[in-house]
Ligand binder design. Structure first.
Ligand code: TXA
Ligand code: MG
Length: 329
């Protein structure tokens, strides 16, 4: 498949260019587009054959459901039913933005999108390119992250291109994803709003609006968010996560360290920046860089378990598959 590249301004995207991508989606094609979290790989929600092509392009298991992206809150009712009041309150506070809500689905939402579940994941992004594309398409767009299954999510056009070239019709170059980790997934069909995947919108943010909010899925046993049971975010290097900020790794060939700038060490140092937002924005880039640099062992500092640090820890612990170097005290 020949892939077309379209470059647009990240903040003031050219409408005539995005019209080409939107027409591609409505006529059944696959389009990679930037969002504020990571790049997405989109198809028209109501074209099951196109949605199935997403799974093929990614090499993704078909039991892992997709997020339906919408341009406007009015599209929420096209996709879901019995929408609780908390959904509207959360939308008011956090949409457009990095929050995905799990709601009961309407029968018209194809099983290809929801992997046969009775629920649907819905998100209204804040990225200008994504928003204009979604509104020009006029239909909700099913989109997982635009990486090959098992690779870190792409946070730049270059990363999206290296995974999806020749697998999709169009890749939009709309600059880097600002946040860098995928959206918070919150299940509103549970008795208490339950976070299935942590992201930039925190448990505290949601609890402030809904009164309460708990962690589920990965945190409490049975994975209700099917995607969380697969190994994700993995570079080829063996990853060790460590808790001591001033940990010094053993001297070995092919090793690199990710830590905050103020803990810079001499060799193969990958900077996480100055704070946890910087770390989130760089994490997937650094995991991919480790592969490009042929790193065999990657030691990555774990941020504190608060704010967006919760999401960074979650992705790192998955990449490390349980290999954690605990505090020495
Ligand atoms: O930031 C994001 O959310 C990005 C951008 C492109 O919007 N998208 C993204 O999609 O990360 P994906 O497919 O890589 O992750 C979606 C997650 C998966 O873990 C999936 O299992 C879960 O959401 N999910 C989707 N529908 C669900 C449902 N009905 N019930 C529970 N979990 C669901
Ligand atoms: Mg993904």
């Amino acid at each position: 498949m020949q892939t077309t590249y379209l470059k647009v301004s990240p903040t003031h995207p050219e409408k005539d260019v995005l019209r080409i991508a939107a027409d591609c989606i409505t006529s059944g094609g696959l389009v990679v587009f930037p969002t504020e979290t990571v790049y997405g790989l989109g198809a028209d929600v109501f074209r099951p054959d196109s949605v199935k092509n997403i799974y093929i392009a990614k090499g993704r298991p078909s039991d892992n459901p997709l997020i339906a992206h919408i341009a406007d809150i009015s599209q929420l009712e096209i996709l879901s039913r019995e929408i609780p009041r908390t959904a509207y309150l959360l939308a008011e506070s956090f949409w457009g933005g990095p929050l995905t809500m799990i709601l009961k689905k309407r029968p018209r939402v194809p099983d290809a999108v929801t992997a046969g579940l009775d629920t649907v994941a819905v998100r209204l992004p804040s990225n200008s390119v994504a928003n204009m594309l979604l509104s020009l398409a006029g239909s909700p767009v099913a989109a997982p992250s635009a990486n090959l299954s098992g690779s870190p999510s792409p946070t730049s056009f270059e990363h999206a291109k290296s995974d999806m070239d020749a697998r999709v019709d169009i890749i939009i170059d709309g600059g880097s994803a600002e946040i860098g980790v995928e959206s918070t997934v919150v299940d509103l069909t549970a008795d208490v709003p339950t976070i299935l995947r942590p992201g930039a919108i925190t448990r505290e943010d949601i609890a402030e609006i809904c009164g309460e909010c708990v962690y589920g899925g990965d945190y409490s046993g049975a994975p209700k968010c099917p995607g969380m049971k697969y190994k994700h975010y993995g570079p080829k290097a063996t990853v060790f996560a460590f808790e001591d900020f001033d940990f010094t790794p053993p001297a070995e060939d092919g090793a690199a360290v990710i830590n905050y700038e103020k803990y810079r060490q001499s060799d193969n140092f990958y900077s996480a920046g100055d704070n946890d937002s910087d770390y989130a924005a760089r994490l997937f880039y650094l995991l991919r860089k480790a592969d490009e640099d042929n790193i065999k062992t990657l030691y990555a500092v774990l941020p504190e378990d608060k704010g967006i640090g919760v999401a960074v820890r979650n992705r790192l612990l998955k990449a490390a598959a349980g290999k954690v170097i605990r505090r020495s005290i």
